[in-house]
Design a protein around this ligand. Structure first.
Ligand SMILES: [Mn+2]
Length: 370
């Protein structure tokens, strides 16, 4: 593990050099975790890389956790009480450096004002290098790939035990109770918990891409389930749409199921190193459009997954990112028809040189549960 953190710090240094900066302040918990192994939730910590020296500023609540998770003595753990920027400022006084970058995408306005105040005072300039650490996180290393695959494997197991309930079992639940059942299975198979609140959408509710699971009872017809779990702080994210018994309304939805599935398979077949995110999105989108449902696919094709369930790169029409080996992205086209229902099929894939690896085994053929 220590080697992978060294490797990540070296990548950070190289990426800073590219932008002609040497020093950086990082505030976002996920980015600090990526670089140090310490993951405090809403921790109010600061990671500082200054002339090659590394500091982690934590408050009392996170001190012992930081000491336990950081296995290298190259990172100086600094306890602060009161204003973290005052403590930061004390350390910065020891350095003559004139410019320092801040992890730009996640900084609040209040933090920005304070940082500027302390840095101005010392005649240091604050720079914004953009989403620098997020940019490193798009390419997954071996440890990350292992954890993501494990999360996906647990997700497959949980999905298959939900299918084993059959229609008769599932129809006994409300959406919220099925959400709970899914999350219980994710834990039973070894995850550390969900990666987001599972979306369980029955019938007409499935036309809301991010429906909030409700107290309504699940009805026969279409059922969309979008869920995922965490393993060692790495996420999975899957969507499957199934049918519970037949009813009159399922005919049109089964027609769109076929279109969504074909577009998803086309995108998976095209997904490999060198293809741009916008090309991939366009491929699935054009196909859906050619079948007359262009207006009903209003979100982007996918997103990166890792420490966060939604992270870079965004797989959208606007994204200029070119896919590279070991990026982990979702491919999740959908068609949504208000008042009738919707279908989305989502896989998490690992980009390879000449193809991509689908990380789930869960079947995608249209099924009606007995
Ligand atoms: Mn997703």
């Amino acid at each position: 593990m220590e080697n992978s953190f060294n490797h990540r710090i070296n990548r950070l240094k190289a990426s800073l050099k590219n932008k002609n900066v040497e020093n950086i302040i990082i505030l976002k918990d996920e980015n600090i975790f990526y670089l140090t192994g310490f993951y405090g939730k809403d921790s109010d910590s600061i990671f500082l890389l200054m002339n090659g020296d590394m500091y982690l500023f934590v408050n009392f609540i996170f001190l012992e956790q930081a000491q336990k998770s950081i296995t290298t003595d190259k990172i100086n753990i600094i306890l602060y009480s009161g204003d973290k920027y005052e403590k930061l400022s004390e350390i910065l006084k020891n350095y003559n450096t004139k410019a320092i970058a801040a992890d730009g995408s996640s900084i609040t306005y209040a933090d920005f004002i304070k940082l500027e105040k302390f840095l101005n005072f010392q005649d240091k300039k604050l720079l914004n290098p953009g989403k620098l650490v997020e940019g490193l996180r798009v390419i997954k290393d071996d440890v990350e790939i292992f954890n993501i695959k494990k999360a996906c494997n647990i997700t497959d197991n949980a999905y298959s035990s939900i299918l084993n309930l059959k229609s008769s079992g599932i129809l006994k639940f409300s959406e919220i109770k099925l959400m709970h059942e899914v999350e219980k299975e994710l834990i039973r198979f070894g995850s550390d918990g969900r990666s987001f609140d599972a979306i369980i959408a029955s019938g007409k509710n499935s036309s809301l891409p991010h429906h909030i699971s409700s107290r309504e009872n699940i009805k026969s017809g279409v059922l969309l389930m979008d869920f995922g779990c965490k393993f060692e702080n790495y996420c999975s994210d899957i969507t499957r749409t199934v049918f519970l018994k037949n009813n009159k309304k399922t005919n049109e939805i089964k027609k769109i199921y076929d279109i969504v599935l074909q577009s998803q398979i086309k995108a998976i077949e095209a997904c490999r190193e060198g293809v741009s995110c916008s090309e991939l999105d366009g491929l699935a989108r054009e196909f859906i459009k050619s079948k007359g449902y262009g207006e009903n696919f209003g979100h982007s094709l996918g997103h990166g997954v890792g420490i966060e369930v939604h992270e870079e790169p965004m797989v959208s029409r606007k994204s200029k990112t070119i896919l590279k080996k070991n990026m982990a992205i979702t491919i999740e086209p959908g068609i949504y028809i208000k008042g009738i229902g919707g279908v989305r099929i989502e896989d998490l894939v690992l980009v390879k040189e000449n193809c991509c690896e689908v990380l789930y085994k869960s079947a995608k053929a249209c099924i009606t549960l007995d």
